[in-house]
Design a protein around this ligand. Structure first.
Ligand code: PEP
Ligand code: MN
Length: 363
């Protein structure tokens, strides 16, 4: 993908200040929109004003946004505060209306990203238009679908692209509204290092008390900014009331964040890190060596079983093995989930090696 750097098209805050997009979940009235925007203009981190106009709701008969009548309010925000504006689009018609109204940045919502037909419809409507587009992750934990939506935009000629991590719907009841599954946005970051990645702690948490914690985590993971739902009177908000924060609270959150750097020139730090990394390299090499030795023993076991006409798998044995490994792991203070995952994988591989050998010897 050909992607423009964020600083080529967005005025970024001073170093040490995170980039923040803020504004209400939904535009509710001209007064609410302008009051929020004027309060946000005073916060130097905030460069873009968000407000939903077409709201995708899970069930009907909820507030579905005020639609195009709210578009001129966003134009007024830009004129009065200088903030750039952004709203969600889900159809070609939305795109057309936003372009006409001079909206600066479009975003594609999580439900839309999950539907390639809708994403393609938006991409087609954007052919030849130079406007930044932010793509939220799909509601389901499918990285390919997220990448696919970004690629559809990119192939339509959109190079000012941003990915937004807003968490994933899962069946279990969680502390958060959506499961962040941080490894998914991290995988995206590794695959497309040049793609700006923002975090949406409001939709991840669903609860305003938890927003700060997720903001800090996003900063610790070197994400490029935050999109935070902000409302002058959150409890009275027409949508997502429990997760929105006031502009005052937003300022507290932003001020509380400690920003990390990816690199440092400090000599002691560099020496220590190099030394520790050498240790890690050595340990990893020992791990691989041990796995090789283990594999050789597995092969001997397979040959012994073949000679006696015994099946590759003895169920009780694996259960015992796992129990024993978990007891040891617990004593050593290792995460049981982690060790279980590793031994599940080791066991799977060991069964595979045995069945391969069985197959060869059956011929
Ligand atoms: C929103 O940002 O208000 C929204 C509807 O988000 P999502 O698509 O992430 O649910
Ligand atoms: Mn919302």
């Amino acid at each position: 993908m050909k992607i423009d750097a964020l600083n080529e098209w967005l005025p970024l805050p001073a170093p040490g200040t995170p980039l923040v997009i803020a504004g209400p979940c939904s535009a509710e009235s001209e007064e609410q929109v302008l009051r929020t925007a004027h309060a946000l203009k005073e916060i130097s981190a905030v460069k873009v004003f968000r407000a939903g106009i077409w709201k995708p709701r899970t069930r009907p008969n909820n507030f579905e946004g005020l639609g195009e009548l709210a578009l001129p309010w966003l134009a007024k925000v830009k004129k009065e505060t200088g903030l750039l504006t952004t709203t969600e689009v889900a159809t070609a018609k939305h795109v057309e209306l936003c372009l006409k109204a001079g909206i600066d940045i479009l975003w594609i919502g999580a439900r839309t990203t999950a539907n390639p037909f809708s994403v393609q419809e938006i991409a087609d409507a954007l052919k030849g238009v130079d406007i930044p587009v932010m793509v939220k992750n799909p509601i389901n934990a499918d990285l390919q679908l997220w990448i696919g939506a970004l690629e559809r935009m990119n192939q339509a000629g959109i190079s000012k692209l941003v990915a937004i991590h807003r968490g994933f719907s899962v069946a279990e009841k969680l502390e958060f509204r959506n499961d962040p599954l941080w490894r998914i946005p991290m995988e995206l970051k590794v695959k497309f290092p040049e793609l700006p990645l923002l975090c949406d702690p409001s939709h991840i948490t669903g609860k305003r008390e938890l927003v700060q914690k997720v903001c800090q985590k996003a900063m610790d993971l070197d994400m490029n900014g935050l999109i935070i739902e902000t409302h002058p009177d959150p409890d009275k908000a027409w949508s997502d009331a429990s997760q929105q924060v006031t502009p005052e609270k937003l300022l507290n959150i932003i001020s509380s964040l400690s920003l990390k750097r990816e690199y440092s020139q400090d000599k002691n730090y560099t020496e220590e890190l190099n030394d520790l990394r050498e240790q890690i390299d050595r340990l990893d090499s020992e791990l691989i060596h041990t796995l090789k030795l283990r594999q050789q023993v597995v092969e001997k076991i397979a040959m012994a079983k073949i000679n006696q006409n015994i099946t590759a798998l003895q169920k009780g044995r694996f259960e015992e093995l796992m129990k024993d490994r978990l007891v040891t792991a617990e004593k050593m203070g290792l995460s049981l989930d982690f060790i279980k995952e590793i031994f599940d994988s080791i066991h799977e591989q060991s069964v595979q090696i045995q069945t391969d050998l069985f197959e060869k010897n059956n011929k």
